[in-house]
Design a protein around this ligand. Structure first.
Ligand code: AMP
Length: 298
């Protein structure tokens, strides 16, 4: 069936699970002079993903989305098996945003038996999230590099929510001379401030309401820095109190960092990025889940 995209172009959404399928389709588009934009996702698409798809659409003539829950970026004991999988809704959302191609490979396709080559992202992947989830960013970079190699995009769009991930992907693109432009789109939030996430469905009502404090604490600290605060210690203590107030969340880290290297800044002055991560301690499915967020102070 043909659909008409927001740009008025008539198109047909294609889906494929195979590498040869993607390569054939993308090669034909490239021969026709199209530019290829790519949004990697793990599915369970929400309004945050939608904003990435829109940005991608504006910046390229063909829009490719991958839906792949990547096992190598989950730690043992994390929610790889129970990660939400919502294929029909994902296809509908992609269709409504004028996506041209969904690539939804199997794990075997991405990691054939015997495959052993991986990306080592270096020290940027050992700090903050990487310190808590060892190997996580190697897994992310490995799958993103594979997807880049399979799809061959001109641009790739990522969300600011995963700030450290973006620094690492940019490093990889520079270090490995990848011919792809990395574009970052702003974080989409719920009304109360909590960043949209496929994992928000795990949160029960009171915990969900409390989760907004993660972003409130960030906003408060950013305002303090704009107002002249120069030392992180007092800010961290107050942020911790805000987030941990009701006992539903526990802070994993708060970082006042250089926006490019993510090195901790001793004296706070713009530009910097404030990184925060908190683990849910409330009983139920959300217990143990981690929520990350950040704000840029310019
Ligand atoms: P995921 O499916 O969670 O792996 O995320 C796929 C992409 O969507 C990543 O680049 C994320 O940073 C981005 N993303 C996830 N949540 C949001 C959000 N609330 N706002 C903007 N981008 C997001």
């Amino acid at each position: 069936m043909d659909y008409t995209s927001r740009l008025g172009r008539s198109f047909r959404l294609k889906t494929t699970r195979t590498i040869t399928g993607v390569r054939r389709i993308v090669a034909a588009w490239k021969r026709a002079g199209d530019s290829i934009g790519f949004v990697p996702t793990m599915g369970a698409l929400h309004e945050g993903h939608r904003s990435l798809l829109r940005k991608n659409r504006r910046k390229s003539t063909r829009s490719v989305v991958s839906i792949f829950v990547n096992p190598t970026q989950f730690e043992p004991g994390e929610d790889f098996r129970s990660y939400p999988r919502t294929w029909r809704d994902d296809v509908a959302l992609c269709r409504s945003e004028g996506v041209d191609l969904i690539f939804a490979p199997t794990t075997r396709t991405i990691y054939p038996d015997g495959s052993q080559t991986t990306v080592a992202v270096g020290p940027a992947g050992d700090q903050w999230e990487g310190a808590i989830r060892p190997g996580h960013f190697d897994g992310v970079a490995t799958v993103v590099l594979k997807l880049f190699e399979i799809i061959g995009p001109d641009i790739a769009v990522f969300g600011q929510k995963d700030y450290q991930q973006n620094v690492i992907i940019r490093n990889m693109a520079t270090d490995l001379h990848l011919p792809v432009q990395i574009v970052v789109a702003p974080t989409v939030r719920e009304r109360g401030g909590l960043a949209l996430s496929s994992r928000n469905i795990y949160l029960g009502k009171p915990v969900h309401a409390d989760a907004h404090n993660i972003h409130r604490a960030l906003r408060w600290a950013a305002m303090e820095i704009h107002g002249g605060a120069e030392t992180g210690g007092p800010l961290k203590r107050r942020m911790r109190a805000m987030v941990e107030e009701n006992g539903f969340f526990q802070i994993d880290y708060i970082g006042f960092c250089d926006p490019d290297t993510l090195k901790s800044q001793q004296r706070l002055c713009a530009p910097l990025v404030i990184l925060i991560a908190a683990t849910c301690r409330a009983r139920g499915r959300a217990q143990g889940r981690r929520y990350i967020d950040n704000v840029l102070v310019r």
